[in-house]
Write a protein that binds this ligand. Sequence first.
Ligand SMILES: C[S@@+](CC[C@H](N)C(=O)[O-])C[C@H]1O[C@@H](n2cnc3c(N)ncnc32)[C@H](O)[C@@H]1O
Length: 387
Amino acid sequence: MLNVRSVRVKRSRSYAGGVDFPYSRLRRRPDVEAENLQAHDATDLLLVDRALSLGVEGPEIVVIGDEYGAVTLPLTAAGLRGIRVHQDLATGRRALALNAADLGLEGFEPHELGAALLSGARLVLLQLPKSLAELEEIADAVARWAAPDVLLVAGGRVKHMTLAQNEVLARSFGRVQAERAERKSRLIVAAEPREVPVEPPFPVEQRHGDFVISAHGGAFAGAKLDIGTRVLLDVLGEMDTAAADAVVDLGCGTGALAVSYALAHTDARVIATDRSAAAVASARATAVANGVADRVAVMHDDAASDLADASVDLVLLNPPFHLGTSVHTGAATRLFEAAARILRPGGELLTVFNSSLGYRAEMTRLVGPTDQLHRTPKFTVARSIRR
Ligand SMILES: C[S@@+](CC[C@H](N)C(=O)[O-])C[C@H]1O[C@@H](n2cnc3c(N)ncnc32)[C@H](O)[C@@H]1O
């Protein structure tokens, strides 16, 4: 258990609490929309309320992890201009831009995680990420680049929060205080950034046989090789895919599939694409670490939307089945649809999935005839031929 002292927060005298903002007008598109999936939650409201109560100027505020704009846009609507924003997902970036346009709001600045985002920041509002590694990378970045008197206010749903998050924050901050839960959400306030190591903690590297994986904090499976990915690579190693000129690693994560393919086929050019900026940065670092950066192009994009229809011979896919913290198969469906769109007739989709998910019927419907190539007790590898 951490021994923390209370962080004193100076509240603006003029702020009376509560924000009048049309949260229900926020939408998630192009991310999956469904009745049980919201574009805002109670944590967003707590973060906005806290920011307004502190009376910090817009250019000194940074918002990280705002999913669809439910933190940035209420603050912008309250007259704060020049807020800097970092969102990992291409879908979130697009949703924020669309929601801002719908509401006629402007005056915030998108940035990648780095010095331009954080320099001089005195208040950082963070929707706590899912993984501790992602939190560690963000906490280090805030301690490294923000102002010495910065307050990091991190919020999450109580059911997803753990003491380990406080411990990770305490590695980068001298004072970490978890507050009382409100509406099933809780804020943690961190202050007094510690001195940081010369080298940032990410990306980290791990060797797997003949290749290396390089990973930023937010990338799927970190620098490990996911078991499903390993199964797909084994099947791929047995196949003759020499005729494939245009190959896409769809939802590339750290780029393990793209880079392995490029290493095994020395003439191949591969496109690795993911909606997560952390994944994209990792895939680029993985390509560099394995000496194939000239043949692996990495794109930050939602469901390969920048790739032309019927332009690809082979798609490699290890689809997600979690959407944020809720289990929703819509995320995988979106990628099957994307594969069907970008594959030329006769092109192939190779997919690995947890056998219990029974994706085969959906892949047959969306892409074309689908065969099981391999099955382990846990995973199935299937090939769909684009009809
Ligand atoms: C199960 S991981 C697989 C990562 C990598 N291919 C591997 O095998 O290690 C699924 C990946 O799909 C990405 N993803 C999910 N939805 C996406 C979308 N709509 N567009 C692009 N990428 C997406 C996630 O960010 C994640 O990196």
